[in-house]
Write a protein that binds this ligand. Structure first.
Ligand SMILES: Cc1cc2nc3c(=O)[nH]c(=O)nc-3n(C[C@H](O)[C@H](O)[C@H](O)COP(=O)(O)OP(=O)(O)OC[C@H]3O[C@@H](n4cnc5c(N)ncnc54)[C@H](O)[C@@H]3O)c2cc1C
Length: 466
């Protein structure tokens, strides 16, 4: 019996698919480089099968089989990752968790929800909204990304200012380790019995275990948002205002600062012509923080804008995803030889102005249009900057060279300025791991990987470079 037949025998009927369409659609995620390669007709590495588990036992059976046969397993949620984290390799099996999508018990007393890892964000959010609750996790990819993918790539969302990033929301986890042992970490608000193993899986890119279930912290859903918006002379002024708000007494659920280039394109319809824009979204049922916010904004000579700016942005929050698909997908809206990508970096408030200039300039040296930037996911000590960059080459091949050079320069600029690359590792960012963690950090991760996955079957190359 060949290896795949043995796997098929261990799993329920229909769990293993070798349908060519299924193999192709699960061969890559939304990494722009893989999308470009596919569209220019290159044959991407395809899995030999896609496995659709319906239960933790199915995942246990698959990983047990993988350890015995030495077969590589690539876990996959929604496939929305932008770094090649869920990219297949030849002769691997893709473990697609999309059928493990049950929203389980909601504990109204503790404000938690138990959910299977393959559940997509919109489905989870709808289930919570029916109970008057929200997870408050709103990545732009909400409708096509999953709980397991969020955890494995350490995702953040548009309302992370108020609700926290996914790392803050994970209370309990169930994960299957390579070889088939099940790690069950119960939901607790704080873990201080040794290092927190939940943290080991957050951001692990499917290389240390397959997350099958999580218990997440939820909140009472606000009835909409009360918006405050300001026009600022410069992005750096906005950084100063954002910091003083976040470090002060006001509690915004959302805080988004757009630089001139991004503000002009986002708010063009509202007549905004130049300058940075700061948006703050508050719970209308919470304390009115208008005064604190105005004092901070006045200090840099900001001008108040109407509530419409907030509503306009929130209503159109999914449009960036549609544009990305139109540019990088079949339609090739901007023609061949084009890559649209975004780069998120994070840093302390003290380095953010320098980080902004350094990364924007590094990307800008390669870009076909002005790089646009926004600041988000703020907390007391710092925030993230997300840059959107459009690259143009003479053709699909030459733009790929530009892409590599652009990322190399941006990563170097980020590290020199004291920042960190964010939004997942995957094939794109694994080469920068040493610059982030140092050689002792990489050696530590290698030792952990070796101990947990001695046969190296779980998603090789997506965290530690091969
Ligand atoms: C248009 C667009 C907008 C985006 N906006 C945001 C945003 O606002 N914020 C943000 O953080 N990200 C954003 N992303 C990136 C992406 O959506 C996130 O990284 C998301 O968390 C990936 O989830 P997924 O379910 O699609 O994971 P996948 O892409 O399927 O996988 C991501 C990684 O997690 C691993 N993995 C998946 N499921 C599991 C599991 N159950 N157990 C173990 N490992 C697993 C995979 O092997 C891979 O390494 C965006 C992407 C696009 C295309």
């Amino acid at each position: 019996m060949d290896a795949l037949a043995a796997l098929t025998e261990r799993l329920p009927d229909g769990a293993v698919s070798t349908h060519p369409g299924e193999l192709t659609s699960r061969s890559r995620d939304a990494w722009p480089l893989a999308m470009l390669r596919e569209i220019r007709g290159e044959r991407l590495p395809r899995p030999m099968a896609v496995v659709f588990p319906r239960s933790t036992d199915d995942v246990v059976a698959t990983l047990g089989w993988a350890a015995e046969t030495g077969t590589v397993v690539v876990p996959r949620g929604g496939g929305s990752g932008v770094t090649g984290g869920a990219q297949a390799q030849w002769r691997c099996v893709v473990l697609d968790l999309s059928l493990m999508n049950a929203v389980g018990q909601i504990d109204r007393e503790s404000l938690t929800v138990e959910v299977e890892a393959g559940t997509h964000g919109d489905r989870l959010e709808a289930a919570l909204n029916r109970e008057g609750l929200t997870l408050g996790h709103h990545p732009v990819s909400l409708g096509f990304s999953s709980v397991g993918g969020w955890i494995a790539s350490s995702s953040a969302g548009l309302a992370s200012a108020g609700f926290g990033t996914i790392a803050d929301l994970v209370l309990g986890l169930e994960a299957v380790l390579a070889g088939g042992d099940v790690l069950r970490l119960p939901p607790v608000p704080r873990s201080s019995i040794g290092p927190d193993l939940r943290r080991l899986l957050i951001g692990s890119e499917g290389t240390l275990g397959v997350i099958t279930r999580a218990t997440l912290a939820v909140a009472v859903a606000p009835e909409g948002y009360r918006w405050h918006a300001f026009a600022l002379p410069a992005f750096e002024d906005g950084i100063a205002v954002a910091r003083s708000i976040v470090q002060g007494s006001a509690r915004p659920l959302m805080l988004h600062l757009f630089d001139d280039a991004e503000a002009t394109s986002t708010f063009n319809e509202l007549g905004h012509e130049d300058g940075a824009v700061l948006l703050l979204g508050f719970d209308p049922g919470g304390p009115d923080d208008a005064q604190a916010v105005e004092v901070a904004a006045d200090a840099v000579g900001a001008t108040a804008l109407t509530q419409d700016f907030g509503e306009h942005w929130w209503e159109r929050r999914a449009e960036g995803a549609a544009t990305f698909r139109r540019v990088m997908g079949e339609e090739r809206m901007l023609g061949p030889g084009v890559i649209l990508d975004s780069a998120e970096v994070s840093g302390l408030w003290s380095v953010l102005p320098k980080l902004y200039a350094a990364v924007r300039d590094a990307l800008g040296a390669h870009a076909a249009r002005p790089v646009t930037t926004h600041l988000s996911y703020p907390h007391r000590s710092g925030a993230s900057l997300t840059f959107t960059v459009l690259l143009h080459g003479q053709d699909d091949l030459s733009v790929e060279d530009r892409y590599h050079k652009c990322w190399e320069d941006a990563a170097q600029a980020c590290h020199r300025a004291g920042g960190s690359l964010a939004r997942g590792v995957g094939l794109l960012r694994a080469p920068y791991l040493e610059a982030e963690l140092g050689s002792a950090g990489v050696a530590t991760l290698r030792a952990v990987k070796q101990a947990l996955d001695p046969h190296g079957v779980l998603n090789p190359g997506k965290l530690l470079p091969e």
